[in-house]
Design a protein around this ligand. Structure first.
Ligand code: THU
Length: 133
């Protein structure tokens, strides 16, 4: 599905709002994400850190967990915003996004304020061992 640049911009703005809720007292990286479902709904998420190593969750996965737990499994796009600097989804989040489809678009605002859009299949091009589809 082709998304307009207005929609990309809208999703980035939603990710920026979500980043305001980030709980990041350990890293001080404040991240927000906004995911657009196939049916047009938007779910947002932020990173939530924990003093117990390994207990933290990234913004993208927060948004996806919210969407999937509300019955959504197909996504058009996910915008990611880090308040500190340009940042793309980490490896675990790439895998998490790819689980639900390889066509999902990732939208990030570059440090020079331009929106960059890539498919998750570009960010995670090779299949892991055991994945046949
Ligand atoms: N973080 C995200 O929320 N998304 C990513 O894709 C990469 C990293 C968060 C996790 C941690 O709270 C902080 O950014 C620093 O890694």
């Amino acid at each position: 599905m082709i998304l307009s640049s207005e929609k990309h911009e809208f999703l980035i703005q939603a990710a920026k709002v979500a980043a305001e809720s980030a709980y990041a007292p350990y890293s001080n990286y404040f991240v927000g994400a906004a995911i657009l479902t196939e049916s047009g709904e938007i779910f947002t998420g932020c990173n939530i850190e924990n003093r117990v190593l390994g207990g933290s969750i990234c913004a993208e996965r927060t948004a996806i967990v919210k969407a999937v737990s509300e019955g959504h499994r197909k996504f058009q796009a996910i915008a990611v915003h880090c308040k500190n600097n340009e940042g793309w989804p980490c490896g675990v989040c790439r895998q998490f996004i790819a689980e639900f489809g390889l066509e999902t678009q990732i939208i990030v605002e570059s440090d020079n304020k331009k929106l960059v859009v890539k498919k998750i299949s570009e960010l995670l091009p090779e299949k892991p061992v055991g994945v046949t589809t």
